[in-house]
Ligand binder design. Structure first.
Ligand code: SIN
Ligand code: FE
Length: 293
């Protein structure tokens, strides 16, 4: 499996051919990063003022937009500028949604559009992060407060850097290899505690055995220096003014450097996949020989 698969689409509302869609879904679900080298998200002239690390509140790294509430959090603007930045994020959410629905027509009926983020801080410089929160370390995505209960995490990224600076990632080997490597270290989590966390709303929804396993994998990967240094990991450049799509719950990734990136998250049920057996849920269930949700 190639770590990067180029897809030659030039517009967010392009109408890809059936063949292109089939190739895209096959590569994506196999754990490849789909790189759209000719697809750039264009800022309006007046929006280039947001290309500054000062766009976020001090000590934060992302601005986050919730399309359901139509609210933006984490930016340093008020009034009209806050509204303008929100419009940019809303436009990105809309464009990314159009792209995903046209490239993966089979996902349309069940995919959920989630948060949008803007990442204006140089990733290389981030300081004072605990290992667990440091995305410069290789990991697969799993978030303590947001159990997915097996749903997939699909993310669309656009590098909006206008100084030709790529976003540099390191990517690891496929999910099955990572899972097999760390599986012997997974501990069973107390289900009483997990129900309690849910009932007092510490987690948004119940943390299933799948979520507990994914969270542990995330932490174990970040803590293991030998894994981080594995020569089979590859450095990749995601060029300025391009877009890429990836299942971040499946592909081990670390951000090494880069500034000014937009990201749109989607959640997808495993049953909606073309090849559900390639999902982290089905892989873990097979390796552990038991149901996890
Ligand atoms: C991550 O999802 O771990 C970071 C990716 C990025 O900001 O490029
Ligand atoms: Fe991540």
């Amino acid at each position: 499996m190639e770590r990067i698969t180029p897809i030659l689409i030039e517009h967010f509302d392009a109408e890809p051919t059936v063949t292109m869609c089939a190739q895209a879904v096959d590569a994506l679900e196999a754990g490849s990063i789909l790189l759209l080298p000719y697809l750039s998200f264009k800022l309006l002239a007046e929006e280039t003022q947001f290309l500054t690390a000062q766009a976020v509140e001090p000590k934060r790294k992302n601005v986050s937009y919730d399309w359901r509430l139509q609210k933006t959090k984490g930016d340093s603007y008020i009034g009209e500028l806050h509204q303008k930045l929100q419009q940019l994020l809303a436009r990105y959410a809309n464009q990314a949604n159009i792209l995903v629905n046209s490239l993966f027509p089979h996902y349309t009926k069940s995919i959920q559009l989630a948060r949008t983020s803007y990442r204006p801080v140089e990733a290389f410089d981030r300081t004072n992060l605990s290992n667990r929160k440091d995305d410069r370390l290789l990991h697969t995505d799993a978030f303590p407060a947001s159990p997915t209960q097996g749903w997939r995490i699909l993310r669309v990224f656009s590098n909006i850097n206008l100084n030709r600076e790529p976003r540099v990632w390191r990517v690891g080997e496929n999910f099955e290899k990572v899972a097999a490597r760390f599986l012997p270290h997974l501990k069973t989590k107390n289900s009483l505690v997990r129900h309690l966390l849910n009932s007092v709303n510490i987690t948004r929804g119940l943390q299933t055995n799948y979520d507990a396993a994914m969270l542990q994998l995330h932490d174990l990967m970040k803590k293991d220096q030998a894994y981080q240094d594995d020569p089979l990991n590859q450095m990749i450049e995601l060029p300025a003014e391009t877009t890429w799509l990836v299942f971040t719950d499946q592909v081990p990734h670390a951000v090494i450097s880069g500034q000014f990136c937009l990201e749109q998250t989607f959640y997808l049920p495993v049953q909606a996949m073309t090849y559900p057996e390639r999902s982290p849920l089905k892989i873990l269930e097979r390796l552990m020989n038991k149901p996890l949700v």
